[in-house]
Write a protein that binds this ligand. Structure first.
Ligand SMILES: NC(=O)c1ccc[n+]([C@@H]2O[C@H](COP(=O)([O-])OP(=O)(O)OC[C@H]3O[C@@H](n4cnc5c(N)ncnc54)[C@H](O)[C@@H]3O)[C@@H](O)[C@H]2O)c1
Ligand SMILES: [Zn+2]
Length: 346
């Protein structure tokens, strides 16, 4: 399903000629319109009629109001069930475009062309689509697979550094939970540039695809993809509430440090391994200043996130570099210690 595009995007053109959609709807945001659409259209060779649909960038618009507008636009364009939506953008575009496609007329086909690192290695694969509603992220959505995920690392050339680094956190996670060699390859990178990261993107995508194939509905092993995310999400929400949002990958990097500490205190991972993991995450990511966050607020968010009020939470924790367990019960006090540990790290 994943194809790396040649310079002339021949796989895209071949796919369009075989799939023969009645119409193409190319969804972009303002930034991908400016930075990515020229390369995309410059290489697309087809007689199929197409429309460009542009939305403003940002997570704030990944909501039902935008989805409604998009359904209306599809209707106005007299889109039939043989049409194909092309989501050209980051995770907001692939999540929203996937959601709108999978619900319009009970589902039209869609292709993801991810243009951020995070969308390449994470959001564009795995068949989850979604929108946010009333402060709850991805609370409404569908399970729906893209027909294809078409990847060109050339798109990364215009991606701001912080966005690149944010996606890199998910790549490190893939190494930690499933592939020691991948982790070693990634930590051998000296400075994070698109060129240095590009050779390892395919392996990260494969790791995610492989985990999802084994457990599409997240009953078991897919939970390992949540490593670093339980505490990471809580950090992300608190920074947002304080009007100082941090990027997802920055919060996940801090979350992975805390959850590696939990892996250590639970006796799942050797001390030396935990130190190596933490030291390397620190090498790539700045310390988040969480001093003003109260443990009780973090715990409340985690309990809320997990919909679990029995004083015990289940975590995905690493057992070595390249292996991860899930559904490991953790007491609230241990989370407080992990938070204290992180605060002292700076
Ligand atoms: N469905 C899933 O399994 C899944 C997994 C992970 C994340 N997500 C979702 O992904 C979203 C985050 O994705 P994201 O980090 O890609 O955010 P994003 O789509 O908001 O992109 C980040 C920013 O980069 C800009 N941009 C995109 N490509 C660019 C390029 N090539 N050059 C310059 N600028 C560019 C965008 O306009 C935006 O401003 C979240 O909504 C999250 O919930 C979904
Ligand atoms: Zn993530």
């Amino acid at each position: 399903m994943i194809s790396f595009l040649d310079k002339d995007f021949s796989q895209l053109n071949h796919f369009l000629n075989t799939a023969k959609p009645s119409k193409l709807l190319i969804l972009v945001d303002e930034n991908t319109h400016e930075h990515c659409l020229p390369l995309f259209l410059g290489n697309m060779e087809t007689d199929i009629p197409f429309e460009i649909i542009e939305i403003e960038p940002g997570e704030e618009l990944k909501n039902i109001a935008t989805a409604t507008q998009l359904w209306e636009i599809l209707s106005e364009f007299e889109t039939d069930r043989k049409a194909l939506m092309i989501n050209l953008g980051g995770g907001v575009i692939t999540d929203l475009g996937g959601f709108v496609s999978s619900t319009y007329k009970r589902g039209i086909r869609f292709v993801n062309v991810p243009t951020t690192l995070l969308a390449m290695v994470d959001a564009s694969i795995g068949g989850k689509t979604g929108i946010d509603h009333q402060f709850l992220k991805n609370i409404v959505g569908t399970f729906a697979h893209a027909e294809k995920v078409l990847v060109s690392t050339d798109f990364l050339k215009t991606l701001p550094f912080e966005e690149l680094r944010s996606g890199f956190a998910e790549m490190l996670k893939h190494g930690l939970i499933a592939d020691e060699k991948h982790w070693n390859d990634l930590i051998s990178i000296d400075d994070l540039t698109a060129d240095h990261i590009a050779p390892y993107i395919e392996q990260s995508m494969k790791i995610k695809e492989n985990v999802v194939e084994k457990d599409f509905k997240e009953q078991n092993v897919r939970k390992t993809l949540n490593f670093g995310h339980t505490i990471g999400h809580a950090f992300e929400s608190l920074f947002l509430e304080n009007n100082a949002p941090v990027l997802h990958g920055e919060a996940v990097a801090a979350g992975m440090i805390c959850e590696t500490y939990l892996s250590l205190t639970e006796g799942l991972v050797a001390e030396k391994t935990a130190q190596t993991v933490i030291k390397n995450i620190q090498r790539f990511f700045p310390h988040l200043s969480v001093d003003h966050f109260k443990a009780e607020d973090i715990l409340a968010l985690i309990f809320n996130d997990k919909k679990n009020t029995h004083g015990q939470l289940n975590f995905s924790l690493i057992t070595n570099i390249g292996s991860c367990t899930f559904d490991h019960p953790i007491a609230a006090e241990s989370i407080v210690s992990a938070l204290e540990f992180y605060k002292k790290l700076k």
